[in-house]
Design a protein around this ligand. Structure first.
Ligand code: ADP
Length: 413
């Protein structure tokens, strides 16, 4: 089955055309036929494209809005130029959409119908910066491809198993009842995929899967997975809570919001913007949100604030690992993923430094070689708490959930 996976943001559309079905899923033989990214929608858009037969290239096109981007992608996929090998949009059999927020209603992926669309529209206020664009993508597909089956795969769904003790904030309970203010967690598709791959790599069953997964990219989150289910996670009501991220502060004392507002003459929106867009690695270093650049600055130019940003980042991750080991009563492994988690032996070593008490001994050689798209263990055989690097693949999980739903098979894995 040809499944188009879409991840629609405010000015970007990321897409991937995958060929997958139950047999391919079973054999881990899904194929990516084409993928790409449309950036700067609303003007002269930049398109980065890749197909299995022709490799990668960049181009530009005038693209007005999300619907325009999706039409462009569909035209390109079916054109001779792309070399994808499909000639009609009818060859695309289903669409899987990444949707940021499923709220309390959607504990797993769903096929989108009018009722689901309405329920998602009612949830826009939970993620006003993301949901309108996710939904615009779904509507644009409906417009272009009529009644094609469309799935919604939620960033929050994997965390629907969080117990009340970890999802409730200690604020008046009535606020939860009235406005559903609670921790939802995000990056769920990534944490779920890493747990699934960990089981494949180790031969463990779902019930035997006790893990701390660390998604360290531009956005960062940790997840405590017990018996295959998420039991706690570091992002909360929004993706702002928890770990230090590229530009997000993660945990701060909420009283600081008012203090910043008074001292800096900002309204609440301005303070929120400061915590989301000007903090984290960028805020501490004053240089960049990019971990690779910070490592260079710290190592080659001995930049003190770059070093400090990296140290605070790693310390916060380590603190969460410790908290989750305590919360879960121990785990079998810690698993790194995301751009930083997959590519930086230096950050991984710094995060794990001092976890010997928990039985984790780093295999320095294995750690050094585990970069790019490699997965494997980076702790020694003697470690009672293992460490792994497992590249994430959210698009694959979205495509597979879509196929399963179209075929009426359970998406639980
Ligand atoms: P996103 O969350 O936007 O998908 P990624 O998962 O691609 O982002 O992660 C981006 C981060 O990964 C950036 O901070 C980047 O510097 C970092 N990164 C990528 N490669 C390396 C590397 N070799 N060493 C350290 N950090 C890296």
């Amino acid at each position: 089955m040809n499944v188009l996976v879409l991840n629609v943001g405010s000015a970007t559309v990321k897409f991937q055309l995958m060929q997958t079905d139950m047999e391919r899923i079973e054999k881990d033989a899904d194929e990516t036929l084409a993928k790409g990214l449309v950036e700067r929608i609303g003007g002269e858009a930049v398109l980065t494209l890749w197909t299995q037969s022709r490799g990668s290239w960049r181009t530009s096109a005038s693209i007005r809005d999300i619907a325009g981007a999706i039409s462009w992608i569909l035209r390109w996929l079916t054109s001779e130029d792309s070399g994808v090998g499909i000639t009609s949009i009818a060859d695309i059999e289903a669409v899987g959409n990444r949707v940021v927020h499923g709220g309390e209603r959607f504990a797993q992926s769903v096929l989108v119908d009018e009722e689901v669309l309405k329920a998602l529209e009612d949830q826009i206020e939970l993620a006003p910066l993301h949901m309108p664009f996710n939904l615009a993508g779904i509507r644009a597909v409906k417009e272009a491809l009529g009644g094609i089956p469309q799935a919604a795969v939620f960033d929050t769904a994997f965390h629907s198993t969080l117990p009340e003790t970890s999802y409730l904030y200690a604020i008046p309970y009535s606020l939860y009842r009235r406005h559903k203010i609670r921790r939802y967690g995000f990056h769920g598709t990534s944490h779920r995929y890493v747990a699934y791959r960990y089981r494949q790599l180790t031969g463990k069953t779902r019930e035997e899967t006790h893990l701390v997964t660390l998604h360290l990219g531009n956005g960062c989150s940790a997840c405590a997975i017990r018996g295959g289910d998420s039991m706690d996670t570091s992002m909360g009501f929004t993706p702002l809570e928890g770990l230090v991220m590229g530009t997000r502060a993660g945990d701060v004392d909420p009283a600081v919001l008012d203090f910043i507002s008074v001292k800096e003459g900002l309204d609440l929106r301005g303070v929120e913007n400061l915590l989301n867009k000007q903090s984290g690695l960028l805020g501490i270093s004053g240089l960049t949100n990019d971990m690779r650049e910070l490592l260079e600055e710290a190592e080659e130019h001995y930049d003190r604030r770059a070093r400090l940003a990296i140290d605070i980042f790693c310390y916060r991750v380590r603190k969460y690992i410790g908290a989750y080991l305590a919360a879960m009563g121990g785990a079998d492994a810690v698993a790194f993923t995301g751009g930083i988690g997959q590519n930086s032996p230096v950050v991984r070593a710094a995060v794990l430094d001092g976890l010997e008490w928990a039985g984790l001994v780093l295999d320095k050689k294995a750690n050094k070689t585990m970069v790019g798209n490699k997965s494997g263990r980076i702790s020694t055989d003697e470690s009672s708490l293992a460490a792994w690097v497992i590249p994430t693949d959210e698009e694959l999980l979205i495509a597979r959930d879509t196929v399963r739903m179209v075929l009426g098979v359970s998406t639980r894995n």
